[in-house]
Design a protein around this ligand. Structure first.
Ligand code: SF4
Length: 389
């Protein structure tokens, strides 16, 4: 019996990439078994992220380091997937001729065929075409390979919002929602396999289903209610959301669905309306705070987390102080915070008044210091019984 070959996957970036790596591992499971030892691998997949310059550099340096490995083992298959692969395409092959495959997020389902083809043709291949008619194929995850109780379930891909700092609409395309019946089949399959908690994934889950015909459309709140009916599932989570698309129906779910965990990740990015406008976030701070207040009415103990960017082109010290004032007002349980970095072809790359690196770093340090203090204060509330689980 043919010995299975060994597959090593290095995943950078978000939970969508984690889920895509699980899918790729499963798609290749007939011929490959996973290994944690990169030097033992017969095939290596580098699942890349391009949300910030740093993430892209990390992926390129790992791919670069594999040049030596390929010399030692010419039959080794090296594949680059994810958002940098989508963004770079054929450029990556010419820059890194030792890489066999460059595959975009929409094309990972062709992986087994592409593995065969690159070996048959003996040359590098690129699969990054993004098609409007793309549909995420129905896919039942393996129960054995993955966390026994908690799983990610991708419900959609892409984003239509075009925030001016963001590369996602260019690397993951327009919003494409999976059919509700495919998602429910996957959750039922996981529940039957003993999984208790599912996290529904998308770049902007709040607009789930908007690309489906109105007559047969299932919105995100309705999908959550259907998932909550599935026996065996005890906890439901989801990420991530653009506040502009946050509906009352969705907020009401936090009051009515016991299985929905009382946590909402609601990226605000900045506390300044001037900056939000230039980011094309489509909401004002007043609008955002109204939604936070409504959420807390529906679910008083809800934990709120967020994403924040400092140093966006043209951000004045007053704008930054508005962000500092916002975190005092909302008092997030935790937050991801970053220095702005150019992500071509996102529009903000051409905006005037870039903030000097030192000033970005100073603002980030001040922000993170206060965020950490607030997180500790929030956690102490659970110790002193101010919040009950
Ligand atoms: S909503 Fe999120 S994923 Fe979509 S463009 Fe804006 S930041 Fe990017």
């Amino acid at each position: 019996m043919n010995q299975k070959k060994l597959l090593y996957i290095e995943t950078f970036g978000c939970q969508m990439n984690d889920r895509d790596s699980e899918i790729m591992r499963q798609l290749l499971a007939n011929a490959f078994e996973p290994t944690e030892l990169i030097n033992d691998a017969d095939a290596i997949i580098v699942n890349t992220c391009s949300i910030r310059g740093k993430a892209e550099q990390k992926a390129y340096s790992l791919l670069g380091a594999l040049r030596k490995r390929k010399k030692e083992k010419p039959e080794l298959i090296i594949a680059a997937t994810g958002c940098v692969a989508q963004q770079e395409g054929a450029k990556m092959l010419s820059r890194m001729p030792h890489v066999n495959l460059v595959i975009g997020p929409q094309n990972i389902y062709q992986l087994p065929d592409l593995f065969v083809e690159t070996q048959r043709q003996g040359k590098g291949l690129v699969a990054t075409e993004m098609v409007k008619s793309f549909r995420i194929p129905p896919f039942l995850p393996s129960i054995q390979d993955g966390h026994p109780y908690k799983r990610f379930v991708t419900i959609m891909q892409g984003c239509n919002n075009f925030c001016t700092y963001c590369i996602v609409p260019f690397t993951r395309g327009r919003e494409i929602s999976r059919k509700p019946e495919d998602i429910l089949a996957e959750v039922n399959h996981l529940a039957a396999g003993g999984v208790k908690e599912v996290t529904l994934l998308g770049q902007n889950v709040n607009s789930y289903g908007n690309d489906h015909p109105v007559a047969s459309r299932t919105g995100f709140a309705a999908l959550l209610r259907k998932v909550a009916e599935i026996k065996g599932i005890e906890r439901i989570r989801f990420t991530t959301s653009n506040p502009n698309d946050l509906s009352l129906e969705l907020m009401r779910c936090f009051a009515e669905l016991d299985k929905l965990c009382p946590h909402f990740h609601l990226p605000v990015q900045s506390g300044s309306n001037t900056v939000l406008k230039r980011m094309n976030r489509k909401y004002t701070i007043e609008h955002y705070l109204e939604k936070v207040a409504t959420l807390r009415e529906f679910c008083p103990g809800i934990a709120l987390t967020t994403d924040l960017i400092v140093g966006f082109p043209g951000e004045t010290d007053m704008d930054f102080q508005a962000t500092m004032a916002l975190i005092e007002q909302v008092r997030y349980h935790s937050a991801f915070s970053f220095k702005y970095s150019n992500r071509p072809p996102a529009r903000a790359c051409d905006f005037p008044d870039p903030i000097p690196r030192e000033e970005k770093e100073r603002r980030l340090a001040v922000l993170q210091q206060r965020l950490q203090e607030i997180t500790l204060e929030r956690n102490m509330e659970y110790i002193h019984g101010i919040h009950r689980f």
